[in-house]
Write a protein that binds this ligand. Structure first.
Ligand code: ADP
Ligand code: ASP
Ligand code: MG
Length: 431
């Protein structure tokens, strides 16, 4: 008998019909004799709809109130799934994040899990119940306030519970049958990766492959939780994410995949006075507004350092209003000239290993994008990633052309189903 944590994302519980299907899978797992803890997301697009409501009422809502609102979504699917499980004859019990013992810091909207005290979960399991936990939420250790873990945070809830309960596996059920070499919605011949190391998955998630939330992979790696990503709509083997060294040699090509991210925005601060003080003022202002920065590039003014220059920043689009409000309020103190803001940007990243040491990879990346007519606004490289910034409208062709150029797709002739095709390493990286 194993202890299994399962997580069902929004699309898997988007309707009562889907909830009943999910309940069947849960009850089947229970019937095999396993203890089952299930984490659910809010139904369908509930979280986006709640955010829309908040935006209609107040463009810059207090983060605490946003958390009070957003944490309303998950308990609905938790309770409904518990009812559906009960209707199939199994005992069930739904819990909020707080009841499940998810203890966080106080950073509303992006809280970190500090500790999990799963006493109530264990009690319910001991009674023979299937436990349904509302994902994406916790309670602040110091203030007792309700918090959320950031978008996609139910993945983190599931992995944190799996770690705390020493579960045998954490099964993430979503609307694709595993992790692919690129978003299969954008690249039809993307290949499912049967196994991935934590490191490779972390890079994919950090670059925008939202199939797993970035923090959840970090948590899984730190606690050695084996994660399986598969579809709640089918029965395929999915993708196993673990630390297995053999998997690295056998499955991991030098280029793992292409990820993209359309959730960012570009903020340009023009006419920033020369010297480090004004630049520090910009970063301090953004830090105090709790804005996360992805990229920062400084362009010196034409007349040299003393003339100042422009600062181009990439940040999560959801932080845009807070960043603009904070910088506007500090304009006089910092002394910059103007602010520009653009949400129509996207980031496309090639993920793999040895990227920086193979300068040919960067060249091939740029040649490919140039041939595809993609204008590169900025480029950054790291050992495991090359990222380019471009207009959001050009992201699909950038992703497809890189995926093709680096030979990541399934072979076009005689290709079988994604879920069954062989995972041949792509070795097209030039020396
Ligand atoms: P859930 O609601 O189940 O949490 P998400 O929408 O958060 O699901 O994540 C699943 C989506 O991730 C897929 O529908 C797919 O479009 C997207 N995705 C992006 N990159 C990848 C990738 N490399 N492999 C698989 N799916 C990906
Ligand atoms: N409902 C939350 C979101 O949409 C959390 C999650 O689905 O993981 O981000
Ligand atoms: Mg998700």
């Amino acid at each position: 008998m194993a202890l299994i944590v399962q997580k069902y994302g929004g699309s898997s519980v988007c309707s009562t019909e889907r909830i009943k299907k999910v309940a069947e899978r849960i009850v089947a797992t229970r019937a095999e004799g396993h203890d089952v803890v299930v984490v659910v997301s809010a139904m369908g697009d509930t979280t986006d709809e709640l955010l829309q409501l908040a935006g209609d009422v107040a463009p810059l809502a207090p983060r605490r109130e946003l958390d009070m609102l957003l944490t309303a979504g998950e308990p609905i699917s938790g309770a409904l799934t518990a009812m559906a499980v009960h209707a199939l004859g199994a005992e069930s019990c739904s819990l909020s994040g707080e009841q499940a013992g998810v203890i966080t810091d106080g950073a509303h909207g992006r809280a970190r899990i500090l500790q999990v005290t799963p006493g109530r979960i264990r009690q319910a399991l001991d009674r023979g119940a299937v436990v349904l936990v509302a994902g994406f939420q916790g309670v602040c250790r110091d203030s007792g306030e309700i918090t959320t873990l950031g978008r996609g945070g139910s993945d983190t809830t599931a992995i944190a519970l799996a770690a705390a309960l020493k579960a045998d596996v954490c099964e993430i059920y979503t609307d694709v049958d595993g992790v692919y070499t690129a978003d299969p919605r954008l690249v039809p011949n993307a290949r499912r990766l049967p196994r991935l190391t934590y490191e490779a998955m972390q890079e994919m998630a950090a670059a925008g492959a939202r199939v797993l939330a970035q923090r959840s992979v970090h948590y899984a790696r730190r606690h050695g939780v084996t994660v399986r990503v598969s579809s709640s709509f089918g029965t395929g083997p999915g993708t196993v994410i673990c630390a297995d060294a053999e998997a690295v040699g056998a499955e991991q090509p030098r280029v793992t995949g292409v990820a993209h991210d359309l959730s960012g925005a570009r903020l340009t601060v023009t006419g920033v006075p020369g010297g480090a003080a004004a630049m520090a003022g910009v970063f301090r202002t953004l830090a105090e507004a709790r804005v996360d920065l992805d990229t920062a590039v400084h362009h010196a003014g034409r007349g040299g350092g003393g003339q100042g220059g422009d600062l181009t920043l990439v940040l999560p689009g959801s932080d845009g209003p807070a960043a603009l409000a904070a910088l506007r309020a500090s304009r006089r103190a910092i002394g910059y000239r103007d602010l520009g803001y653009d949400e129509e940007i996207g980031k496309v990243s090639l993920i793999g290993s040895g990227m920086r040491t193979h300068s040919g990879v960067i060249a091939m990346c740029c040649e490919t994008l140039s041939a595809a007519g993609v204008n590169i606004a900025a480029i950054s490289t790291a050992e495991t990633r090359i990222s380019v910034l471009c207009h959001s409208g050009q992201v699909p062709s950038a992703v497809r052309s890189l995926h093709e150029a680096f030979g990541l797709g399934r072979p076009t002739r005689g290709a079988g189903n994604c879920a069954t095709s062989r995972n041949e390493p792509a070795e097209k990286v030039p020396a």
